[in-house]
Design a protein around this ligand. Sequence first.
Ligand SMILES: Cc1cc2nc3c(=O)[nH]c(=O)nc-3n(C[C@H](O)[C@H](O)[C@H](O)COP(=O)(O)OP(=O)(O)OC[C@H]3O[C@@H](n4cnc5c(N)ncnc54)[C@H](O)[C@@H]3O)c2cc1C
Length: 412
Amino acid sequence: MTSTDTDFDITIVGGGMVGATLACALADTGLQIALLDGVKFDAGKIPFSKAELTFDPRVSAISPASRQWLEQTGAWQEIAASRVSPYTGMQVWDADGTGSIQFSAKEINESQLGFITENSVILKSVYNRLDQLPQVKVMAPSRVENIERYMESGHSRMKITTEDGNSYSTTVLIGADGSNSKIRQLADFEVKEWDYQHQAIVTTVRTEIPHRAIALQRFMDTGPLAFLPLLDNSPGDDQHFCSIVWSLVPERAEQLMAMTDEEFAAALGGSIEHKLGHIEWVDKRFAFPLKQRHAVEYVQENIALVGDAAHTIHPLAGQGVNLGFLDAKALSAEIHSALKRKRPLDEFAILRRYQRQRIGHNLGMMWLMEGFKHLFAEQALPVRWLRNAGMSGVDRTGIVKNQLMRQAMGAP
Ligand SMILES: Cc1cc2nc3c(=O)[nH]c(=O)nc-3n(C[C@H](O)[C@H](O)[C@H](O)COP(=O)(O)OP(=O)(O)OC[C@H]3O[C@@H](n4cnc5c(N)ncnc54)[C@H](O)[C@@H]3O)c2cc1C
């Protein structure tokens, strides 16, 4: 085990939701752990006031499996006490047909399907948890610029150099640095990339009719639109706020971004078929280009990729961070198990076992999303008929539907 301020056993680069929770989970290993991020997380920036009607525009639909992971890392209690919105149902339908599916927690004897949580609420709780874990040295802002493998007493290790001129050494380097991962680029991991030709517009809205904790998703040939129900956990919460994720072809996204709030609200209300009445208020809009990326391998000697650094997936199924949490959980379990078996940390088999557990599952989910995107963009009549019939068929077939729900909830 290493023991100076610059030598670590495990260094996680990227303190987003995936990297920061992984750091929490590894804190009990007795190893020296470093967590580096190019940006210092600032809890003061969290928009928390109902009076100002502000929510973080970046939210995640958290599966029950992810909730368990957040419990395991010690962050869930604070998340649950701040602002989290359990959702009990989901209605998915097709814009041009009769196809629709309703998912309900009751059908599978659960109290909710999952939770809508602002990313900044998760991060705030995870960083508060890290404050209680002196085993993890958090260094931010500290942006990685270079990495190099070297040998020391017959063991291979990594040297990390940051933009501010510091350098660190580590036995295991974990790239949790998001979809444009520097670690992935520096280590020359091969990546398959599909440009979705989609932009995602995200914002928060207030609706005339309460959402009743039900998520809505409507598929159009220009892309899917999701309304994710938000609660602010205050007494008398009126269930009128939703987070919007609207994936669109770029031309339409540009038009919508250029509209006034009133024009945008009218277009949005029409696109969700006024299921929640008028859109009464719209917060600032943000647009992101959507790309699907997948690293062909997640591991090399001394290096592992987790979360969006390994795979970036279309947000239509709300699975990105859920898959990332499952990566972090699998890697943490492999490291704990290796330590129990007294294996040296630079043993490549530890990382390979992590990859074997995760790569097939992640790829399966990515292909499913790719299939969905094409299926709903397809104009040909037989395909449109089949998808509508398929959706309604699934809706009537309890076993298939329950299996779909269980999978989305993070069941293996
Ligand atoms: C519009 C939209 C909606 C989404 N909705 C959902 C949803 O409902 N449910 C869901 O599960 N997922 C959703 N996702 C996906 C989810 O947001 C991502 O999967 C998740 O944020 C990835 O987390 P991460 O920790 O892997 O990466 P990130 O959150 O990208 O964190 C990476 C971190 O690495 C740091 N970093 C980068 N480069 C360096 C460097 N060189 N040196 C040091 N640090 C560095 C960054 O500062 C950052 O803090 C959505 C995504 C989008 C775009």
